[in-house]
Structure formats: C-alpha cells, structure tokens
Write a protein that binds this ligand. Structure first.
Ligand code: FFO
Ligand code: ATP
Length: 190
C-alpha cells in the first residue's frame, strides 16, 4: 500500500488517542524495552516527542537510560535539507520547542557522529512485518540511518502493531531491526 495513504490514516488514528492512552501505552513500551537485551551499549540516540502529534512519549525511556548512566544523544533538525545534527544530552543542554513542535537542543553542545551510535530509537507512524517504516515523509531518518554503522540497532517505537501487508518502499528506505509496541516486541532480523 502507498505510503502517503498510510501516513494519513495512521496520523489521524494517533490523533484520536486520548492523552491518558498515549501515556499508558508509552509506559508499556518503556517496560517492554526493559526486557530486551540492549542495555550493554554506550551511546543511545533518542527522539524527544512532538506532543501535538501524540507521539510515543520517550521521557520514561530517557529516565531508564539516565538511570543506567548511558550516553543519550538527541538531534536538531535542519528543514532546509532534511538533515539532523546530533548532540550529547548533558545537564547543560537547553531544550527548545521549535516551530514544528519538536523539542530540540540549541547548537552549542557536543556534536556526535552517527558512527558513534550503538542504538537508535526511531519514531514512526506504522511499519510492516519486514521493518519497513512510514514516517512524516521528509526523509530525515532515512538520511540519518544511512550514515550509522551497519551494526547500529534501529528500534522503532509504536502504538500500533506491524501491518500484515507490505509497505511500498523506495531505494532510500532503511528498515527497522525491531519494533516495540505496548504489548509486543517484533524482531525483523533474519
Ligand atoms: N519527535 C520527533 N522528532 C523528529 C522526528 C519525528 O518523527 N519525531 N523526525 C522524523 O523524521 C524529524 C522531524 N520530522 C518532522 C517532519 C515533519 C514535521 C511537520 O510538522 N510537518 C508538517 C508540515 C511542515 C512543513 O512542511 O513545513 C506537517 O506534516 O503537517 C515535523 C517533524 C526529526 N525529529
Ligand atoms: N538518502 C537520501 N538522499 C536523498 N533523499 C532521500 C534520502 N532518503 C530519503 N530521501 C527522500 O526523502 C523522502 C522520504 O520519503 P519517505 O516516503 O520514504 O518517508 P518516510 O518513510 O515517511 O520516512 P521519514 O520518517 O524518514 O520521513 C523521499 O522524498 C525520499 O526520496
């Protein structure tokens, strides 16, 4: 099925969730993550949730990472070329909500190269059973993930389980390794 249609449908479906449901499901996702064997790495990339789009809330995951003394990396978006700059999150990091509603660091922190990342938690609207993903359609994550090491774990966080039919892909698409939903974990690696 075409990405554009899926994007519309799953964007709408998510907007219809109540705030309570968003929060409860986000906590369940964090609890599922705790059962995964992914906690021996050093550098974890995290997205900070866009509240108005009812994204999975990542603050619970952030607390887990901080409790485990992990390095947490967050990004600043450049909407001119749809690229991301990555910064280490520290006590000094100032987070500002930009005009697209994305909480982002200012430009002053420690820049991190994609090759340094061990795990990337990926935002999405919906995926299929091969790990193909539909996002907001600007290609930020496809461009970003292409520059990571092949071994970097790409873990999608989603309220909805994978579709049982294939999403139409294009050559730039980088599939997820895993998807974590409130009630289940999916591993797409062969
Ligand atoms: N929390 C979070 N951060 C993220 C992403 C994400 O999906 N979630 N991204 C994942 O890629 C990038 C940002 N992608 C975005 C793409 C579009 C819009 C957005 O508001 N689009 C408007 C139109 C904006 C315009 O064209 O000027 C819209 O779709 O209505 C927001 C974020 C980087 N950071
Ligand atoms: N590596 C790349 N170089 C140039 N353009 C790219 C690259 N990756 C993706 N794009 C472009 O970005 C857009 C992404 O569209 P797509 O429908 O794949 O978005 P998506 O699956 O929703 O993903 P995302 O969440 O990354 O936006 C397409 O126009 C695609 O051609």
């Amino acid at each position: 099925m075409e990405k554009k249609l899926l994007r519309k449908k799953y964007r709408q479906q998510r907007l219809e969730m109540s705030l309570q449901e968003v929060e409860d499901c986000s906590i369940q996702i964090a609890n599922q993550l705790l059962t995964l064997d992914i906690w021996d790495f050093k550098m974890y990339h995290l997205f900070l949730s866009i509240e108005k789009y009812k994204e999975v809330q990542t603050e619970f995951l952030l607390h887990i990472l901080q409790g485990k003394d992990k390095n947490v990396v967050i990004s600043k978006s450049n909407f001119k070329d749809y690229s991301l700059n990555h910064f280490l999150l520290t006590d000094d990091t100032r987070i500002i909500i930009n005009k697209w509603g994305i909480p982002e660091p200012d430009d002053t922190g420690i820049l991190i190269d994609e090759k340094q990342l061990d795990v990337v938690f990926v935002p999405l609207l919906v995926s299929d059973l091969k790990g193909n993903r539909v996002g907001y359609g600007k290609g930020f994550y496809d461009r970003f993930l292409k520059n990571c090491r092949p071994t970097t774990l790409k873990i999608g966080l989603s309220f909805v389980k994978p579709l049982n039919f294939e999403i139409e892909t294009n050559p730039n698409d980088i599939p997820l390794d895993m998807l974590v939903c409130p009630n289940q974990i999916y591993d797409f690696r062969g």
